[in-house]
Design a protein around this ligand. Structure first.
Ligand code: RIB
Length: 313
């Protein structure tokens, strides 16, 4: 029996334009397609968990507008319980402006809108009946809400997973309430006060061991096409990702986290859940959009079978 997964975070309508090359500051470039697609880091993680068969509840805020309804409906189609998604009158639903260039790299700007109204009281009411399971949260919600979520979830015996995206400085008290911190390479460096850059496996090992000293019990550094590095006080190991041709990397990290939580909630170890999450994220980058790119359970299982040689024995 799968344990519950509660996602506390953002819901955004993504305004996506594809182009040959991302614009430089002050530059205008021609795009060739525009779409409005469901997104938001929290909602993307919830959508992944639901689509892959997890028992998932979304806690967040939308405005009283058509985007809010569309975002709830996208989650409901993935089997996510949206009973704790609050509609607020004073703000519009959050939006993200996303530029995607050939090869899949992107630029994202988020206007929080209703997401800024998610309060510690909302979190408390959502978690009051929860006794176990997994909390997924990110940094597109107010910091006091993220801190309350981690503290209350810990107190209720849940495993807390924080995706520190978009990167912001984090308090020691928050990090000490986190079981699993899952930055990408840029976020990991920014959390350590260093400049963003791509890292190799040796650097990932070093970054993860420095982050462990800040309080979380385990760290997964998401390395994009290079896979993921897992570290705890016993040591670290690398999990390679399947090779794919990227179309859009938006929400790859969200897909990883949602899939990871499903694996863990089904009772799998991290050694089993990380390859499952790597496969889900790899498929997502082959398609445009955030929630639109999240694979089915069947697709992930098929890729995992081909990828089995990369799973540690
Ligand atoms: O992680 C991808 C997401 O970031 C997008 O869906 C966008 O809404 C922003 O929140």
């Amino acid at each position: 029996m799968s344990k519950p997964i509660v996602v506390i975070g953002s819901l955004n309508m993504d305004f996506v334009v594809q182009m040959e090359k991302l614009p430089l500051r002050g530059e205008t470039v021609r795009g060739w397609a525009f779409q409005m697609l469901p997104g938001g880091k929290g909602a993307n993680q919830a959508c992944t968990a639901g689509r892959l068969g997890g028992c998932c509840r979304m806690v967040g805020c939308v405005g009283e507008d058509v985007f809010g309804e569309q975002l709830k409906s996208s989650l409901q189609s993935a089997g996510v319980d949206t009973g704790a998604v609050k509609t607020v009158r004073e703000e519009a639903t959050g939006v993200a402006l996303i530029n995607v260039e050939s090869g899949g790299q992107n630029q994202i700007v988020v206007a929080a809108g209703a997401n800024a109204r998610l309060s510690p009281v909302d979190v408390e009411s959502a978690l009051i009946m929860v006794q176990e399971g997994y909390l997924l949260t990110q940094l597109e919600s107010p910091m006091e809400t993220v801190e309350a979520a981690a503290r209350l979830a810990r107190a209720r015996g849940m495993v807390t997973i924080l995706d520190p995206a978009p990167a912001r400085p984090l308090s020691t008290s928050l990090l000490q309430n986190i079981d699993l911190l899952t930055p990408n390479e840029t976020e990991a460096l920014l959390l350590l006060g260093q400049r963003a850059s791509a890292v190799n496996l040796e650097e990932a090992r070093e970054i993860a061991s420095q982050l462990l000293k800040r309080g979380p019990r385990q760290i997964i550094v998401k390395l994009g096409e290079k896979g993921a590095w897992l570290a705890d006080w016993q040591g670290g190991r690398h999990f390679p990702a399947p090779k794919v041709t990227a179309v859009d990397t938006t929400a790859a990290g969200d897909t990883f986290n949602g899939a990871l939580a499903v694996g863990l909630a089904e009772g799998r170890s991290l050694d089993q859940a990380i390859p499952f999450a790597n496969c889900a994220a790899a498929i997502s980058v082959t398609r445009l959009g955030a929630q639109a790119s999240i694979p089915s359970r069947h697709e992930v299982a098929a890729l995992l079978t081909q990828h089995a040689q990369f799973i540690p024995a």
